[in-house]
Design a binder for this molecule. Structure first.
Ligand SMILES: *Cc1c(COP(=O)(O)O)cnc(C)c1O
Length: 374
């Protein structure tokens, strides 16, 4: 295999096709050396803000903040938006970690949990009466379960006084959120944006800011330089409290602009098309089964399948053919995970499916003959 392998991993993921070009330009323009107190940086921040505003249809009253990772944002969010207690919808490893962080930060946290591979139906969600935030992991990367945006919006309508916060790390910009019905959303760039890791993007509204101000006024610890009141103060002049990942922000700006040039609808339609192709194949396959049973909860951006034979030789054989896919998140299960992000073209998804079909024929029809035995 002389060709570069194609990455179908959920994160770090395949880079967006234009990243190389922008990276070369950034180095030529010495972007990593510019001061984060310069007009040049301020205009990069502002431009990125405007781009994200358009991509997500952000109404007035939202700020966009740059941190190190989504994991860091879990912590910032809990510190700044929870006085006593939060409520978490837990259905896999990432949503569980967000919930666990609350305890690590000495907050109370209540959870509603469903088994791995299942999602939440709005009529079954019972928000704890003490909850100040309702935390959704819109796309649970470990299990391939997505929560329909309508469910999130509906819960906000039923809980106007609570902050609805959404981890969309492995789905944004695919889901179409109504930002009048969520208070905060965040992602990190190495997933569906196809950028090098090291940048977390936190979007939060003035209600989150007001909450953080309230906690501060009560003498609570909301952080030092990265407390929301400080992030917001700097955001108003398009600066950051500390030296940020300027190169990462620059690249995000460029890729957001490229995505807007392709078109938000086109990107989503492409994602739908590739997801349908992959799910259709998995359903017909004799080697794989779609893991998430409820079609309404099957993620279109991270697709998980059970394997009827041990997963590792399948993953290894695909890697030999130049296709890097993810293993299952739960060690006890025979699973594969395949990311379906905007960086992957329809043709590339077709070629992965063909490679899986080939493998299936070799493994079932030509046992022991080729290099691959399953
Ligand atoms: C990857 C991931 C995270 C953590 O992102 P980092 O950038 O590694 O901190 C959080 N939530 C979900 C759903 C993820 O997929």
């Amino acid at each position: 295999m002389t060709m570069n392998p194609l990455y179908f991993t959920a994160g770090p993921a395949a880079t967006y096709p234009t990243v190389g070009k922008h990276l070369a330009q950034a180095l030529q323009d010495q972007i990593p050396s510019i001061s984060h107190r310069s007009n040049q940086f301020r205009s990069i921040y502002q431009d990125t803000f405007e781009g994200l505003k358009e991509l997500f249809d952000l109404p007035a009253g939202f700020g966009v903040f740059f941190l190190g990772s989504a994991t860091e944002i879990w912590e910032r969010l809990l510190q700044n938006c929870v006085e006593e207690a939060g409520f978490h919808l837990v259905n896999g490893a990432f949503s569980k970690k967000f919930y666990d962080f609350a305890h690590l930060l000495h907050k109370k946290a209540f959870k509603q949990e469903v088994p791995f591979g299942q999602g939440f139906l709005p009529e079954n969600i019972n928000v704890h009466y003490k909850a100040e935030i309702i935390a959704f992991t819109q796309n649970e990367t470990s299990s391939g379960v997505a929560t329909p945006v309508e469910t999130i919006h509906q819960i906000k309508e039923q809980n106007p006084g609570r902050l609805v916060v959404v981890d969309a790390v492995s789905s944004a910009p695919y889901p179409i959120f109504d930002f009048t019905k969520i208070d905060s959303m965040f992602f990190s760039v190495q997933k569906a944006f196809g950028l090098p890791a090291g940048l977390g993007v936190w979007i939060a509204n003035e209600k989150c800011l007001a909450k953080s101000e309230l906690l501060e006024s009560k003498g609570m610890l909301t952080g030092a330089y990265t407390k929301l009141t400080s992030l917001w103060k700097f955001f108003e002049k398009f600066e950051t409290p500390a030296t940020p990942n300027v190169l990462g922000i620059y690249l995000l700006n460029k890729v957001v602009k490229d995505m807007l040039a392709v078109g938000k609808d086109e990107i989503r339609q492409d994602t739908d098309l590739k997801a349908i192709m992959l799910y259709d194949y998995l359903r017909e396959s004799e080697l794989f089964d779609v893991f998430v049973e409820n079609p309404a909860h099957q993620s279109n951006t991270v697709i998980v399948a059970n394997t009827r034979k041990p997963a590792k030789p399948i993953i290894d054989a695909l890697a030999k053919k130049g296709f890097i896919i993810g293993s299952g998140y739960e060690k006890s299960r025979e699973q594969i995970r395949i990311a379906n992000f905007p960086a992957t073209s329809v043709e590339q998804m077709e070629s992965l499916i063909e490679a899986m079909q080939d493998l299936e024929e070799q493994g079932t029809g030509n046992r022991g003959q080729g290099t691959f035995i399953i």
